[in-house]
Every structure is written in C-alpha cells, then in structure tokens.
Design a protein around this ligand. Structure first.
Ligand SMILES: [Zn+2]
Ligand SMILES: [Zn+2]
Length: 342
C-alpha cells in the first residue's frame, strides 16, 4: 500500500509499505480521509532522531471498516468511523470514560496512531475496535477526519468554557483548530473575535463566522479586544497557538470573571499573576484533545446544525502529493488540509 512518512527536518516521502492485517480485537480501516493537524508539524520539523521515521503519521483518520480481526464484537465490515487516535488498556477509569490518551495503565498496548503506531497517512491502517467512533450519515469522511482531532479539540475547550450567546469569545490562532473553534462558537451564538498574524487565515475566520478580526502583527491584540468590547475585554478566550506570549494575551484579553482555555501545545507561559489572573478572577482551563464521546457529540452538533465545516478545507490532496502538501502547510497561512483516498 502507498503511504507517507516523515524523514526529519521538514523532509517527507511517499513510499510503499507492507500490507497490514488486523490482530485480535482490531479492525482494518480503509482510510478515506486523513487530516493534517498543526501538531503534525511538530513531528515534521523535528530532527530524525527525535521522531519515529518508520511509522505513517496522521492522527486524524477517518474511513470504513474493511476487515475484522479475531474477537471483534461490535464493528461490522462497511461501518463508517472516525478514529479516536489513542489506544489504551481499555480497563482503567480514563479508558472507560473514553479518554484513552489518559490511560493510567501504560504498556505496549498504549498507542498513539500517527506517532508510536501507524496513522492515517496511508491507504489502510489497523486500529483497536475500541477506538472507532460512529459518524452521523450527514458527516462526510473529510469532515470526519477534521473531527478526529482538531475540530473536536476546539469543541471540548468551548464546552469547558460553556460558550453561549451571552459571550464574546476571543480565539487566538486561526489555524485548523482555532478556525474550527470560531465556526463552532459562532454557531453556539457567541460573537467571536478571531486573532492571527495571517490575513489569509483571518479572511477564512470571517467566512467561518467571526464577528471581528484582529491581525496581531499590526496591533496590540489585547488593546484591540478591549476596544471592541467597550473596554471590558472578552468574556472568554481560547488559545490555539501554543506560545507563551499568546497564552498571556489570552488571559489579559478577558474581562473580570472571565475564563480562558489553552489547547495549543508546547513551550511555557509567564503570567503576572496578580493582574493577569488573581485580580481578574480568571478561570483557566487546560484541555487536551477530546474523549471518544466528545468526538461523537461534536460530530452530532455539526450534523444537527448543518455547520459547513467542509468550507474550512482549503485543499484535498492525494496521498502521492503529501510531500508538497506538508511543505505548503508548514507555512502556516493555509486553511485545513486533508489527504483523501478514493
Ligand atoms: Zn491533532
Ligand atoms: Zn487505560
């Protein structure tokens, strides 16, 4: 089968991989769509010594069940599924709650599809039956792949923030996670202030339903958000960049009794605790991807509200074009990129 792999230092290749077969309690997935997530860029940019160069990346897989391994009880051939890209022990409390990424019983069975195990950037993949998340009929495979990580990461953070029509929400970073957050929060009724450094991404945010946009390369984003909110600041903020300065700005952009959620990974943050957090009575949330059930809720919300999530996809590419697709995605000015398979 054809698939891609990262070679380190922004190099990738598309090559032939051996065919795969499902083991006990596993299913073979015929990949139909595999999203490119901002966090894939961390691996893409890393030196070869720091990443697994053998495995196919891609932790936003979506496809159909093509074969069943021994002992599979629920999955059926032909089932359409999003893959929750973590496999855990299946027995601990977190696994039972659908948060396999938090599995407290780690061992060879704990896998990260698209990292420690093969992911979606290939024609087929093998996953544990427990990682399959059902998709509403109204959700296409490309949107299903978006929900498999980026979109539902934004979803869970917005849930924690309890976003509603009462809120102005500032969303820092309009990459695939942030712009999905913009679209979801707007559908929840909030007025969204989208912040980014790229005019292209801010244009997309406007199409996604942003109320206002702020290009932080031209202005002080905190000041701009205060001006847009009568001097008060946003009710809530979401940081989807993963950088110290924007984490601090996401706190400072909130009004008193505001709340801020962090989903962008890597690096640290320095707050001036008294003005930024304590005197602001700020509630700060961390949020790491989503549970299986959160993915399902997110997909149902998108289907029930007929949200045009596919309009956030800038390019659908063939697996053979994965190398060029990552070179383009690496510039961080694009919309969502999805590898699709016939
Ligand atoms: Zn991701
Ligand atoms: Zn577990």
């Amino acid at each position: 089968m054809r698939g891609a792999r990262f070679l380190g230092d922004r190099k990738a290749e598309v090559t032939d991989f051996p065919d795969v077969e499902p083991g006990p309690n596993e299913v073979l997935i015929k990949t139909r769509a595999s999203g490119m997530c901002g966090s894939d860029l961390h691996a893409y940019r890393s030196p070869a010594a720091e990443i697994n160069t053998e495995n196919r990346p891609g932790h936003e897989p979506c496809g159909e069940v093509a074969a069943l391994g021994p002992g599979v009880t629920k999955a059926r051939i032909g089932d359409r599924a999003m893959i929750h890209h973590y496999e855990g022990c299946g027995h601990c409390r977190f696994c039972r709650e659908g948060y396999q990424q938090l599995c407290s019983n780690r061992g060879p069975w704990t896998k990260y599809y698209g990292g420690s195990a093969h992911g979606g950037h290939g024609e087929y993949m093998v996953v544990h039956e427990s990682t399959l998340v059902p998709m509403p009929d109204a959700i296409d495979y490309d949107v299903g792949s978006m929900i498999a990580c980026g979109t539902s990461t934004a979803w869970l953070a917005l849930e924690k923030l309890q976003v509603s029509g009462r809120d102005i929400v500032a969303i820092f970073g309009q990459g695939p996670v942030g712009v999905a957050g913009t679209m979801l929060a707007a559908e929840m009724g909030a007025r969204v202030i989208a912040v980014d450094l790229s005019d292209e991404r801010l244009e997309l945010a406007t199409k996604a339903g942003a109320w206002e946009t702020v290009n932080a390369s031209n202005v002080d984003s905190v000041e701009a958000i205060r001006e847009l909110t009568g001097g008060e600041g946003a009710h809530a903020s979401l940081e989807a960049v993963g950088a110290g300065p924007t984490r601090k700005q996401a706190a400072q952009a909130c009004r008193v009794f505001g709340r801020s959620a962090l989903v962008g990974e890597r690096g640290d943050a320095t707050y001036d605790a008294t003005p930024d957090i304590i005197h602001r009575h700020l509630t700060l949330y961390g949020s790491w991807t989503v549970s299986k059930f959160g993915m399902e809720d997110c997909a149902n919300f998108i289907a029930d509200h007929n949200i045009p999530m596919a309009s956030l996809i800038e390019r659908r590419v063939n697996i053979e074009d994965t190398v060029e697709a990552y070179e383009y995605f690496d510039k961080q000015t694009s919309g969502k990129m999805v590898i699709t398979f016939d």
